[in-house]
Each structure stands twice: as C-alpha cells, then as structure tokens.
Design a protein around this ligand. Structure first.
Ligand SMILES: *[C@@H]1O[C@H](CO)[C@@H](O)[C@H](O)[C@H]1NC(C)=O
Ligand SMILES: *[C@@H]1O[C@H](CO)[C@@H](O)[C@H](O)[C@H]1NC(C)=O
Ligand SMILES: *[C@@H]1O[C@H](CO)[C@@H](O)[C@H](O)[C@H]1NC(C)=O
Ligand SMILES: *[C@@H]1O[C@H](CO)[C@@H](O)[C@H](O)[C@H]1NC(C)=O
Ligand SMILES: *[C@@H]1O[C@H](CO)[C@@H](O)[C@H](O)[C@H]1NC(C)=O
Length: 291
C-alpha cells in the first residue's frame, strides 16, 4: 500500500486536497458540512460569551466590595513615619545666621506650609473640638456619616514658632524652628491610656553636648488626641494635620548636629523590626554658621 501512495502523481495529490477543501458530492468544507460548522461556531460563540460574562460578573462583585472612602488593604506600619518642615536637601537645615539669603528659603517654606493653619482659615473650615479625646465619627452601618468634620489647628498654637510674633521663626537669631508632622494613617488611634502621644527631640549621642536648650510647641510637644482618628482624604476633606514645633534655643554654632525627634507613648510598642527602623522618628542635620 505504501508503494501505491508513493506512486501517486502530483495531480492526484492536488485533487485529493481540493476535494478535502471542498467536496461537491457531500457538500463538505474542510471535511465538515455547513451545519457541522455552524454548530461549532455556535458552541464557541456561547462559550466566549459565557467567559466574558463570568469576567464581568466577578469584576462587578469585587468592585461592589470596595469602599470609596477607605482602602481595603492598608500596609500599615505599627508606628507611622514622621517628617520635618522645612525639609531642605536630604533633611538638612544648614544656614548662616548673618546671611539672609541662606535662611530665607526656610522661612518661605514655613510660611507656605503654615498658611492653611491661619486662624481665619481654620475657623472657616474646621470645628472647635474638645481636646484630649478622640473625635470619633463612625458611619452608622450602611449610612455614611460623610463628609466628616475635622478639628481646628490654629497656627497660634505653635507659639513662638507660629510666625506671628516672630515672622522669621528665629532663624536670624540662631534659634530656628522646625515643624514635625506625623504621617497620616487612616483609622490610627495613637494614644496610650487616653494620653496624647508627644514628641521629644535631642541630639544624637555623640553630638549631645551641642544642643543646650530647646523647647516644643504646643506645650509638651503633644499631638492632641482630638486630631485622631483620620478617616481619609475623601471623607475628611478639610483635615489639618496636627503639628509639633521644635525651637532650638541654644545650640553650638559652626558644628554639624545630628538631631533626632521621636514620638512617645504610641498605642503600639516602639518599633523593633528592620522594616520599622524609621517609623516613629525622624533624623536631620542642623548646622548654624556664624562668622
Ligand atoms: C495667613 O496670615 C498671615 C498673617 O497672619 C498672612 O500674611 C497670610 O497672607 C495669611 N494666609 C492666608 C492663606 O490667609
Ligand atoms: C470644609 O471647608 C469649607 C469652607 O472652606 C466648608 O464650607 C465645608 O463645610 C467644610 N467641610 C467640612 C466637612 O467641614
Ligand atoms: C482657634 O482659634 C479660635 C479663635 O481664637 C478659637 O476659638 C479656637 O478655640 C481655636 N482652636 C483651637 C483648637 O485652639
Ligand atoms: C517666646 O518668645 C518670647 C520672646 O523671645 C519669650 O519672652 C517667651 O518666653 C517665649 N515663649 C515661650 C513659651 O517660650
Ligand atoms: C548656651 O548654653 C551654654 C552651655 O550651657 C551656656 O554657657 C550659654 O550661656 C548658653 N547661652 C545662652 C544665650 O543661654
């Protein structure tokens, strides 16, 4: 038999292929009748419509479970990060107290950052809350309690660092102010035993002889409990982050000073893991030159 097929001429092969492609006797195209092809196409059509339907349905159900107002998943550190203002390059505040240009940018940055904390702005946007207690505004089940109000943080609370009595924040006097803020974490309740968390600042060990005196505003360097919990940008549209200002009153001139500020008495234990190394604290370099 193998020999027979080998003997097939080129023309025979061609006509066999032609017949396979279209067989006029049986009306078969590529070996199938029209109705057979129709059934196959119908099957695939229904199959793909079904798949698309499944996809749309799962997407829809998933989107239903998402909440516009808060993230479903939050990679939440046990202790939030902190940041300073003015930030400068690489968290460095370095200037010459006798050279206006060297500190003017810091003053401008503070002016801009504090503008929304003007009393008039705060009174217009925010509520005069009861201090030392969380400002809880939960939703009643499915009924949204939005938008939520936020508490006033007047810049006057920053005392000598408010830029009101002293418009240069102490920079030309060698007594600069640095603002500290806690990163926003939705739902965080940072108090411990109903006590507000507070900030402490100091020079790092080897530089400890370089800072003689500093002071914090508001009193005790507290982040008052009334600014927590934070419900997110969309729910709490006018939220003003609470601030703590540190004013260096007497530091050694012409020396690099490594300063570290950290938050105390957070509800969660102080950070231990490598990942949390920078949580709950911020370090920066301070250098005040004087000729
Ligand atoms: C905030 O108040 C200061 C003076 O107290 C004023 O110079 C500044 O323009 C005010 N900023 C805003 C945004 O109202
Ligand atoms: C936000 O501030 C605007 C005025 O700037 C005020 O009309 C609005 O009621 C405030 N919203 C909330 C939720 O406090
Ligand atoms: C902000 O200032 C206004 C007006 O002086 C005052 O009524 C309000 O109690 C202050 N808010 C806070 C939180 O101190
Ligand atoms: C603010 O500065 C003034 C003038 O330098 C000073 O008399 C006062 O004691 C300072 N206030 C605080 C709370 O440090
Ligand atoms: C700053 O601190 C040093 C060391 O304690 C002290 O000798 C000096 O008198 C202080 N300067 C001022 C202006 O208080």
């Amino acid at each position: 038999m193998a020999k027979d097929s080998e003997k097939k001429t080129c023309g025979q092969v061609m006509s066999e292929w032609k017949e396979f492609f279209w067989n006029p006797r049986t009306h078969e195209l590529l070996g199938r009748t029209a109705s057979s092809w129709g059934l196959i196409l119908l099957f695939y059509l229904i199959f793909y419509i079904f798949l698309a339907g499944m996809f749309v349905l799962t997407m829809y159900v998933m989107l239903l479970t998402l909440d516009d107002y808060k993230p479903t998943y939050q990679d939440r550190l046990a202790t939030p990060g902190m940041m300073i203002r003015p930030k400068g390059n690489a968290l460095e505040i370095s200037y010459n107290s006798e050279d206006t240009e060297s500190w003017d940018l810091y003053v401008q940055a503070l002016d801009n950052f504090l503008a929304p904390y003007n009393e008039s702005q705060q009174i217009m946007n925010n509520k005069d809350c009861t201090p030392d207690t969380y400002f809880i505004q939960e939703d009643a089940g499915e009924i949204r309690n939005n938008p939520k109000r936020s508490c006033q943080f007047n810049r006057t609370m920053l005392g000598n660092c408010s830029g009101i009595n002293d418009r240069y924040y102490g920079y030309p006097d060698g007594q600069p102010c640095v603002l500290i803020k806690l990163n926003r974490v939705i739902g965080m309740l940072p108090g411990k035993d109903d006590q507000s968390p507070y900030v402490t600042c100091g020079a790092k060990k080897e530089d400890s002889s370089l800072i003689h005196e500093l002071t914090l505003f508001p009193k005790g360097g507290m982040f008052n409990l009334m600014y927590f919990p934070y419900y997110g940008k969309k729910a709490q549209v006018n939220y003003s982050q609470p601030l703590v200002a540190v004013k260096f009153l007497n530091v050694t001139y012409n020396a690099d000073i490594n300063v570290e500020c950290k938050i105390n008495s957070l509800a969660v234990a102080s950070p231990t893991s490598e990942r949390d190394k920078f949580a709950g604290r911020v370090s920066f370099k301070l250098r005040i030159n004087k000729n």
